[in-house]
Ligand binder design. Structure first.
Ligand SMILES: [Zn+2]
Length: 284
């Protein structure tokens, strides 16, 4: 195991117990992945069948945040063509379409694409973005996608390929700098996070996702925080305590990140601009 190399930076990975899961963690950039390599073959085939109720709460909370991110782009650059990569069952593309975007949902899962087609129409739900779309998109979004795929660098390179010069890429992924600490707290509270069961196979830190985005050709990367704190995975009673604590922590951590403390909020939100040179920074 000690010979394993980090996906993000080629640093040495070491096996480490985090909460109740055995993970391989990079000593250089902090990137982690589950040690035994198990993952779900078709995430959406299982998700959409058995988790309707959770999905409703999940999407209500997330769409509010994604809508806010979309509004910021609309105010800056206006609306245009949007591709939601890893679009799942099409909730976000439907939302963007309703706001006047020329929106498409792209997902490799046939199960998800069928469900998305019912929301946005056959022509707007795709299993892959065609080459004819290259360089034509104003915005490509990847909401919690890179944690689920075996090769995020390739997916992000696809996203950059779709963008016109100056087009935006918006992405989110859980922040392992936070999650590894949270896992320890949750384990002490008797409610351990199970990284292996949660479908997230790759766990990024700010340094590791920035590195992978740069490799994929994403320019001028900025870390923002738009504020996702959902209670969908917790029982209601526990959520009443943990969610306000998490929300408070997130905004304090966001404030601290503005003055140079590494981002310790629960989810990483990154914006990149196609064709723009420049390193990562904190967005104003
Ligand atoms: Zn690394």
């Amino acid at each position: 195991m000690s010979a394993a190399l980090c996906y993000a930076c080629d640093g040495a990975m070491r096996e480490r117990r985090v909460g109740i899961a055995d993970l391989l963690v990079c000593g250089a950039c902090g990137f982690a992945k589950i040690a035994d390599g198990r993952h779900t073959a078709d995430y959406w085939a299982r998700k959409d069948d058995v988790q309707h109720e959770i999905d409703e709460r999940y999407w209500t909370a997330r769409l509010a945040v994604y809508r806010r991110a979309l509004l910021a782009v609309e105010q800056e650059t206006g609306r245009g063509r949007l591709v939601d990569l890893g679009g799942g069952v099409g909730h976000f593309a439907e939302c963007a379409l309703g706001r006047g975007w020329d929106a498409y949902s792209v997902d490799v899962s046939p199960h998800a694409a069928r469900a998305a087609a019912a929301r946005v129409g056959e022509g707007r739900s795709l299993l892959a973005a065609p080459d004819s779309m290259n360089g034509s998109c104003d915005l490509v979004t990847l909401w919690c996608v890179v944690a689920h795929v075996p090769d995020p660098r390739a997916v992000l390179a696809d996203a950059v390929r779709l963008l016109r010069p100056g087009g935006r890429l918006l992405m989110t992924t859980p922040n392992f700098l936070f999650q590894s600490r949270y896992a320890r707290v949750a384990a002490r509270l008797g409610r351990p996070l199970d990284f292996v069961a949660s479908d997230h196979v790759l766990h990024f830190t700010p340094a590791s996702i920035d590195r992978v985005l740069a490799d994929a050709g994403a320019g001028r990367r900025t870390f923002a925080y738009w504020g996702i704190t959902t209670d969908c995975l917790l029982e209601r009673r526990l959520a009443r305590v943990l969610v306000p604590c998490k929300r408070l922590w997130n905004w304090a951590a966001w404030g601290a990140s503005r003055v140079g403390v590494p981002p310790l909020y629960s989810e990483l939100h990154v914006q990149a601009v196609a064709g723009a040179a420049g390193a990562a920074g904190v967005v104003a």
